[in-house]
Design a binder for this molecule. Structure first.
Ligand code: AMP
Ligand code: GLY
Length: 420
């Protein structure tokens, strides 16, 4: 088979690394890929942006691609799956209608309310005055969310009412996230640990992946600003089988049934971002794809052939495969550029990846590229250093031994991934 992977971050390096191990795969293309996907066996980077849907369809048609796998949310929400389906090209991911679960938080909230799926109370507003009037009826500041895609930056958790007013103003009056913040949600603030439960879906059957915990804050002890994610581990000890059964029964199954009833059955990965509250698990967000950096911890645990699983999803035959997972724990530590999540330098030379891999780590690249034969930084999140272990402690120890081998100027990373 010839497979096209869309995207160029750590998630896509991990996906491509796993796909390249399949005997079904003859050639892999990654659009646009990064410095890591470039060096995988059978694999070639293609200079097409992940959101250039027309160029991607043309490429897949010309190269007779047998399966396209979409990493990021932007092309899914823009309708890449519908375009490929019209062209008769097999593709793994939800249609544009189904991807609204991530693309519009207002849609997702209404959907959950309609289907009785546990989630925080929220009210949507398009107008500043109305939002402010509502805000003043509340006893405590709510969470403020831009409804549309905002690259993981569209959520503010204010400490005071003044901060809440400021966030609403920035979104509705100052258009901070453009069209993505034309509608905002004012949402009840929940408390509890967070858990990411992801499932492969073929429209009818679902298979739950090892549940992961993400570390969104920049600094140790969950301090500092939110980022795209500074590390992850899986499976999380929070995810007991009783909890997972409850999540499947009260959240995942009703969501898939509701989406199917709307005539747009869900194929791809459904990602439920949960908060484990005293009233049980509640949805704080849906994503329509694999998580980043969760994937860098989850996929190395997969024993089975990923191509067979993805094809089964696309063909509605997930009930005929039985994905098997290693009985281990994976920890993945993000190494980011100095300054991230604000402005950061690029072009810094990276060394030590082979040494880290000699220790038994797997290093997945994100913001990297090759320049004159050298690997250099090219983004905010640069590398993900993953290690597997029998315990979370041994996995974390090994991941950090790998991190210690890797150098680039002003690298920053958290020291408590898998250790909190
Ligand atoms: P999101 O981008 O939707 O994942 O939200 C970013 C972060 O905001 C989450 O990881 C939570 O820590 C926090 N958050 C989102 N919704 C709520 C909520 N209703 N209550 C408390 N914290 C929330
Ligand atoms: N790790 C959070 C996300 O992928 O959205």
């Amino acid at each position: 088979m010839q497979i096209l992977v869309v995207g160029g971050g750590g998630r896509e390096h991990t996906l491509t690394w796993k796909l390249a191990q399949s005997p079904h795969v003859e050639r892999l293309f990654v659009a646009p890929g990064n410095g890591g996907t470039d060096t995988l066996p059978k694999t070639e980077n293609i200079a097409i942006s992940a959101t250039d849907l027309a160029a991607l369809v043309d490429f897949a048609r010309e190269q007779r691609i047998d399966l396209t796998v979409v990493g990021p949310e932007a092309p899914l929400v823009a309708g890449i799956v519908d375009r490929f389906q019209v062209a008769g090209l097999p593709i793994f991911g939800p249609t544009q209608a189904a991807a609204q679960l991530e693309g519009s938080k207002a849609f997702a909230k209404q959907f959950m309310r309609r289907h009785g799926i546990p989630t925080a109370q929220a009210v949507a507003f398009d107008e500043y005055e109305a939002a402010l009037d509502y805000l003043h009826t509340l006893a405590a500041p709510p969470v403020i969310k831009a409804s549309g895609l905002a690259a993981g930056k569209g959520v503010t958790v204010p400490q005071t009412m003044t901060e809440a007013v400021e966030a609403v103003r920035a979104m509705l009056l100052d258009h901070r996230f453009g069209a993505a913040s034309e509608t905002v949600l004012l949402e009840e603030r929940l408390t509890g640990p967070e858990l990411s439960v992801l499932a492969f879906c073929d429209g009818a059957t679902l298979h739950i992946l090892p549940p992961a915990q993400d570390h969104k804050r920049l600094l140790d002890g969950d301090q500092g600003p939110n980022t795209g994610g500074m590390g992850a581990f899986a499976p999380s000890p929070l995810a007991t089988s009783a909890l997972l059964a409850q999540v499947e029964q009260t959240i995942l199954r009703p969501t898939l049934a509701g989406i199917a009833a709307a005539g747009t059955p869900y194929t791809g990965v459904l990602y439920a971002g949960l908060m484990l509250t005293s009233n049980g698990p509640q949805v704080i967000e849906f994503n329509c794809r694999l998580g980043d950096p969760e994937t860098q911890a989850i996929l190395p645990l997969l024993d089975s052939d990923l191509v067979e699983i993805l094809l089964a999803c696309v063909n509605g035959q997930l009930d005929q495969v039985q994905p098997s997972w290693r009985n281990q724990i994976a920890v993945s530590v993000v190494m980011a550029a100095g300054g991230y999540p604000d402005a950061y330098a690029t072009g810094e030379v990276i060394t030590g990846i082979e040494e880290a891999e000699t220790l038994g780590c797997q290093v997945f690249q994100a913001g990297t590229q090759r320049q004159n034969g050298q690997l250099v930084t090219a983004g905010g999140r640069v590398l993900n250093v993953t290690a597997l272990g029998e315990t979370i402690t041994s996995a974390a120890q090994q991941a950090y031994a790998g991190v210690a081998k890797i150098h680039f100027a002003q690298a920053q990373f958290r020291r408590d991934i898998g250790r909190t």
